[in-house]
Design a protein around this ligand. Structure first.
Ligand SMILES: Cc1cc2nc3c(=O)[nH]c(=O)nc-3n(C[C@H](O)[C@H](O)[C@H](O)COP(=O)(O)O)c2cc1C
Length: 227
């Protein structure tokens, strides 16, 4: 099945009656997985796109890609409401509507980046209503260096999702690339080593395979739970 990446422009077109590949009934029947990420230099964004391919490979599943704006002090410029390129900014409705969530952030000092944490800190209303409880979730990250804290970032990214009652999905060793990778890829989630040079290192085939596997695993579980 071809990868189906939905975005807000497609949704607007659909509501406005512009010819759209999927009918409203098909859209309703689709199990949609939200891939929510922050990326400053593009590596985590590339991972998000690969994970979306894994989601799209599961029958009846599609990926919704969303990002979060950077954060700045009150005295600095604020970001425009709509990003000039890439995925739209995430709204709480995206979280309410999804059947599963895959959350990605670059590693910053062994932890998720502040813009993602800032966004998650705005979700207490969803926590109070239990909107995410019982949905499957997974995490992914990229680091500059091989031992720069991928696992600490992945594990700590799980904590708010567990508070929300989400069901965490990892990467088991039944995924062959997990045993052979010499770059990123962990049982706790997908990861990529982007390197410390001026041009980020591209994810290799094993890192990409594990990104795709993560998308496939969350989508498959979401589909089973929906049934
Ligand atoms: C403030 C800051 C802190 C960082 N901390 C780490 C770190 O703890 N370990 C590491 O390996 N890389 C660290 N990096 C590098 C990024 O994790 C890495 O470049 C990542 O691939 C960037 O992802 P992006 O291309 O999606 O923005 C840091 C980068 C910044 C700007």
């Amino acid at each position: 099945m071809p990868t189906r990446l939905t975005n807000r422009r497609d949704e607007r077109k659909h509501r406005a009656g512009v010819k759209c590949p999927a009918s409203p009934a098909t859209l309703r029947a689709m199990t949609e997985i939200l891939i929510l990420y922050y990326s400053r230099h593009g590596t985590t964004a590339a991972m998000a796109r690969q994970i979306a391919r894994g989601v799209g490979a599961v029958d009846g599943c599609s990926a919704r890609l969303r990002t979060v704006p950077p954060v700045s002090a009150e005295t600095e410029a604020v970001a425009p409401a709509v990003p000039s390129e890439g995925a739209p900014y995430c709204e709480h409705a995206d979280l309410r509507e999804c059947s599963g969530l895959i959350l990605g952030s670059p590693t910053r000092f062994g932890n998720m980046a502040a813009p993602m944490k800032y966004f998650l800190d705005s979700t207490s209303g969803l926590w109070l209503s239990g909107a995410l409880s019982g949905k499957p979730a997974a995490v992914f990250t990229s680091t500059g260096t091989q031992h720069g804290g991928q696992e600490s970032t992945l594990l700590t990214m799980m904590l708010p999702l567990l508070h929300h009652g989400m069901l965490m999905v990892g990467l088991p060793y039944t995924e062959p690339a997990l045993s052979t990778t010499t770059g990123g890829g962990t049982p706790y989630g997908a990861s990529v080593v982007s390197g410390s040079g001026p041009t980020p290192r591209k994810p290799d085939s094993q890192e990409l395979a594990l990104c795709e596997a993560l998308g496939r695993r969350v989508a498959t579980l979401a589909r089973k739970l929906a049934a």
